[in-house]
Design a protein around this ligand. Structure first.
Ligand SMILES: O=C(NCCCCCn1ccnc1)c1cc(-c2ccc(F)cc2)cc(O)c1O
Ligand SMILES: [Mg+2]
Length: 214
């Protein structure tokens, strides 16, 4: 049977990118998704905004909701300070299997822990399972109807502290209206919209950066 899109992405990475070179993995994926086959990676335009938010923050503890093929995982992990850790949650086991190999090809497996399962099952267990108090940075890129409930769950589980930065992908396309309304109206958040485009297209999309005020 026909290969899957994630499998085709992995084969492009192995053919075009240098082992241990995260930038070449990022470039290989972006080239393929722009010229051959679209895929739902955050992409190069929104990816540069992600890079600037992460490098300004220099987070030690990072949570990513939604790994897919690991593109944003390696964009973040490649600029983390030594000793920093990224936990990434992926529901889909096929995506997770590909992402592990992409992360390994980039040589970033020591900074990344990929966990398979549902975010609502894992979020309440992160503290005791990973020995983590709170996160410095959270990248939301999973099911769009889970952004709001999972943000409330992270608050309830005490995983956010004064200054924790949430960065949400796809706030315009596909869109997360309930999440946007919440972070923009809640006195517990200071929010900012980075206008951009849907990965590899000219359609509008953007990233919402929300700082938790405690
Ligand atoms: O659905 C998306 N991501 C979630 C994937 C499944 C997550 C599974 N999971 C992981 C952890 N817990 C659950 C997504 C979609 C699009 C898009 C945009 C336009 C279009 F016409 C079609 C699609 C663009 C993105 O950038 C996206 O991120
Ligand atoms: Mg996305």
């Amino acid at each position: 049977t026909r290969s899957s899109r994630p499998q085709r992405l992995l084969s492009v990475v192995k053919k075009r990118a240098a082992h241990g070179d995260p930038q070449s993995v990022i470039s290989a994926i972006d080239y393929f998704c722009r010229h051959n086959e679209w895929a739902m990676n955050v992409g190069d335009e929104k990816g540069c905004i992600l890079d600037s938010v992460v490098s300004e923050l220099n987070p030690e503890r990072v949570l990513e909701l939604g790994t897919y093929c690991g593109y944003s995982t390696i964009r973040i992990a490649r600029i983390l300070p030594p000793g920093a850790r990224l936990i990434t949650l992926e529901f889909n086991p096929d995506y997770a299997a590909i992402a592990r190999q992409v992360i390994a090809w980039a040589g970033l497996e020591d900074k990344v822990q990929l966990v398979e399962g549902a975010s609502e099952d894992w979020i309440p267990r992160i503290k005791e399972h990973f020995g983590i108090e709170t996160f410095d940075f959270v990248f939301l890129d999973h099911w769009k109807d889970r952004y709001l409930p999972d943000t409330k769950l992270m608050e309830e589980c005490g995983l956010l502290r004064k200054g924790t930065v949430l960065l949400a992908d796809n706030v315009i396309c596909p869109g997360v209206p309930d999440y946007l309304q919440y972070v923009r109206s809640s006195p517990s958040y200071e929010s900012y919209y980075f206008k951009s485009h849907l990965e590899y297209t000219q359609a509008e999309d953007g990233l919402e950066k929300s700082v938790f005020l405690g």
